[in-house]
Each structure stands twice: as C-alpha cells, then as structure tokens.
Design a protein around this ligand. Sequence first.
Ligand code: HQG
Length: 189
Amino acid sequence: MNDRLAEHLARLSKFLSLVLRHDPAAIGLELDANGWTDIATLLSKAAAAGRPMERADLDTVIALNDKRRFSLSDDGLRLRAAQGHSVAVDLAVAEATPPALLYHGTARRFLDAILQQGLKPQSRNHVHLSADTATATEVGRRHGRPVVLRVDTAAALTAGVRFYCADNGVWLAGPVPAGCLALADPPAA
Ligand code: HQG
C-alpha cells in the first residue's frame, strides 16, 4: 500500500470512529440501540454530508484495521464500532470472566487522582483495559508519559465491577475502585 492510500485510509478510520462512537449526528446518522448502522445508510448520509466514502475503502478499513475497531454484522449489512463509545449504546456483549490481571495504561499526571478515586470511564461508557502490558503502555502513551496499572480482577469482581470483552478483545468495565489497582511491574530493561 502506498503512503497516500495509507493516509487516506487512516483518515477514513478516524472519521468512522468519530461517527460510530461519538457523533453520528455529524452526518445526520442514527445508530440503533446496540450501536449498529446500516452500511448503505452510512454511505449515503456521509456522501450527503460532503464526506463521501468508497465502499471498497470502507471494506479495507474494516478488514485491515490494526485494532479491529469496527465490527460487521453476521449478514455483512451493518457496521458498528467495537468499543470506545461516548454516545449511549448497549453493546449487548455478555459479561465475561476476565483473566486474573488486566492492565490500564494512562499518563503519569493522572496517577495520583486514579490511585485516590479509582478508574473512571471519563467521557466514554466504560473503563478500557488491556490483556497485556505492552498494549496498555501504548494506550497510556496517547495521553503523555505512560504508566501502567494492574487491575486485580478478583478483587474488582468482589467489589461488584462487571467485565465485558468487546468484539475486538478489548476489556471493558464499570468504574474500578482504587483498592483493586496497583502499579504494574516496570517492563524488563
Ligand atoms: C484517565 C483507544 C483522572 C484514564 C485505546 C485515561 C483504548 C482518570 C483517561 C480506548 C481517572 C481517559 C480508551 C481518574 C481514568 N482521574 N484520570 N479517576 N480515571 N482516568 O481516551 O482508556 O485507538 O477516554 O486513565 O486503545 O485511554 O481509540 O480512555 O487516561 O482502548 O480504538 O482518563 O481508546 O482505542 O482517556 O482509551 P480515554 P483510554 P482506539
């Protein structure tokens, strides 16, 4: 893939994230209760709003997306973001039993507040957790100098936290109390 195409597809992926997670109204779109849109409607609304997208590019973004951010319905007719929403949607993913430890990457400047207040979903519907520290470090880096927290999921379950695994394997949870958190071991040098 040449650089121009890669850039074009990255822009399309960002635009889809905006529309399917945060602001469907930006192109006059309505998501259903579970966050799905009909692909034909998405294409026509995007075109009408002056942001036309080619079906082939959409298919490439869905198939090649590094984090599998977008999920197709079984019949291939509908699309949704796998996670990351701020608009009210019910992903209708079943509660799942998490591994003993999950990880949350954040910026160092948020650490004191998190260790006092616990992890909050902030502007999103859920707290996002990773199954490994490498992924969590990258998530944290988006916000600044990264630091990784370890979530004791047994303690969190006892405290009433519910865990869900999104279509793309990202773990989602309700607010996580500070007592279930500890700094993860720094990666081996
Ligand atoms: C922090 C990306 C102060 C939290 C990623 C985070 C992820 C607190 C920030 C997904 C806090 C929210 C989500 C508290 C939490 N006090 N700060 N009590 N509790 N925070 O972007 O988890 O690439 O909404 O640590 O890979 O960083 O978009 O959440 O730093 O999976 O597909 O508040 O977004 O996925 O930031 O990232 P975000 P996140 P995509």
